[in-house]
Design a protein around this ligand. Structure first.
Ligand SMILES: [Zn+2]
Length: 467
């Protein structure tokens, strides 16, 4: 090799190195700590036990319910039992909606019982229920096109969500029908609203969720029906017969109830005023056990705290766990946290709210270079396949922190089956695998520790307007 060739090849080698070199390099010490935390999670993980208590012993946790109040008390005590140095709760007033008795059936041209769940926040029907003809649409746009046919009828939004890896996109794009559909239908004179459940399991399994009535329009009773009923109504209508449905909803909204966010701090040794927040939401819907949504997220976060505390290591910055109240039907917990703590220095906020299946990695919304930093940390998680980083991240409860430019992240789980169970009677502990939960803990523990420990922090976002 000539000298020139040597120089060129050296330069090429350096260029290659630079091209692939991570923005921040992992040190041996960091890898050692990561191994300890991940090992602890995988070998001695207690997340499943925590989740078992939350689901089997406490049960579902709708805002205003006894279950949510018990969950607040129990999780705060559990943090203390795990030795977390600072644990406290903060009062939040939350909506108090109760389902009551409910039933619906097709009464013409055939008789058939519909499996249904009122949408959270729905008004009840008058005593004795309502009976009306059904008009079927597949979107808010189609409702608009057919608005002259709506008066006096029950509007059925009937759009199937594709199961599989893209289910969450299908769910996301269908949610506006559920949230604003009732008022859009009422605007044109509808007397009731039904929606084909926004779920992916066809097992006569209705799937609830929240609605939002628009001020100044009549509030009409609204419910989700299982796919089988929606399909039958579709076939009957397609044959040219008018279809009539009778429905009775006992739902009502009581005065706001007292609830709490549960907060636990492992104070930082050098920069205690800088906070890495990890969180999930403690409330759930009033069906099933809220195991995937979001008992799993709470259990993962609690176990990360226990492991870090047990390790005896003190992070440079404060690590704070927040179990938010009232994500499902109000977001009051997330909003209250921002009001009380938004002025503090959050260097990152990570939410886990997409279930307890195996982790796939993280989502991150941060300033320039943020994704590369997270990719580099996450590369340590390749051994459990939790190293993929999406360049968008966050979660409902931490979204109010956007106004302060806080880098927002989420722990991402595989969501292939998530929408089979989410918001249904079937969201129960048996759907969750202990080792998957442990892997989530390993992933979040390593990420949390390094974000709290490294000298450099994630680049911040431009502060954004709140909603
Ligand atoms: Zn959730």
């Amino acid at each position: 090799m000539t000298k020139t060739m040597k120089t060129i090849s050296t330069l090429l080698a350096v260029a290659c190195l630079l091209a692939t070199a991570p923005l921040f390099a992992q040190t041996d010490a960091e890898r050692e700590v990561a191994a300890r935390l991940a090992g602890g999670a995988l070998i001695d993980g207690k997340a499943w036990d925590k989740l078992a208590y939350l689901t089997d012993r406490i049960g579902h946790r709708l805002s205003g319910s006894e279950g949510l109040a018990k969950a607040v008390t129990w999780t705060a005590e559990e943090f203390k039992r795990d030795g977390i140095p600072k644990v406290w709760t903060e009062e939040v007033m939350v909506p108090h909606w109760v389902r009551g008795k409910e039933a619906a059936r097709i009464v013409a041209p055939v008789e058939w019982d519909l499996a249904l769940l009122a949408l959270g926040g729905s008004v009840g029907t008058p005593e004795g229920g309502i009976t009306a003809e059904v008009i079927e649409v597949d979107s808010l746009e189609q409702l608009n096109e057919r608005k002259d046919e709506v008066k006096g009828k029950i509007v059925l939004f009937n759009k199937a969500i594709e199961a599989g890896f893209d289910a969450k996109y299908g769910y996301g794009s269908a949610v506006p029908m559920r949230v604003v559909g009732p008022s859009r239908a009422a605007r044109h004179g509808a007397v009731g609203m039904l929606i084909r459940s926004l779920g992916t399991a066809d097992f006569r399994l209705p799937h609830t969720g929240t609605l939002r009535y628009e001020d100044g329009l009549p509030k009409i009773p609204s419910a989700a029906i299982a796919s089988e009923g929606a399909e039958l109504i579709h076939r009957l209508l397609a044959s040219g017969d008018p279809v009539k449905v009778h429905m009775e909803l006992g739902a009502k909204t009581l005065p706001d109830a007292l609830s709490h966010n549960v907060i636990a701090d492992i104070p930082g040794r050098e920069k205690p005023e800088e906070i890495v927040l990890i969180g999930g939401h403690l409330d759930s819907w009033d069906v099933g056990q809220g195991a995937h949504d979001d008992g799993a997220g709470c259990a993962i976060v609690m176990e990360v705290m226990r492991l870090i505390q047990k390790s005896g290591m003190k992070p440079r910055r404060t690590i704070r766990a927040v179990l938010f109240t009232n994500e499902e039907n109000g977001l009051r917990g997330g909003r209250d946290y921002e009001k009380r703590h938004g002025h503090e220095t959050h260097v990152a906020a990570i939410e886990s709210d997409s279930g307890g299946a195996e982790p796939v990695g993280f989502g991150v919304s941060a300033g320039e270079g943020g994704v590369a930093m997270i990719e580099e940390i996450a590369s340590m998680l390749e051994f459990i396949d939790a190293h993929r980083v999406a360049s968008r991240g966050g979660g409902a409860d931490i979204s109010p922190l956007r106004v302060h430019g806080v880098p927002l992240m989420n722990l991402r789980q595989q969501s292939f089956n998530y929408f089979d169970y989410h918001h249904t009677e079937a969201d129960t502990l048996d759907k969750i695998n202990r080792q998957n939960l442990n892997k989530n803990v390993a992933a979040l523990a390593v990420m949390t520790w390094l974000l709290a420990e490294r000298e450099e922090t994630l680049p911040r976002n431009e502060p954004q307007e709140g909603d």
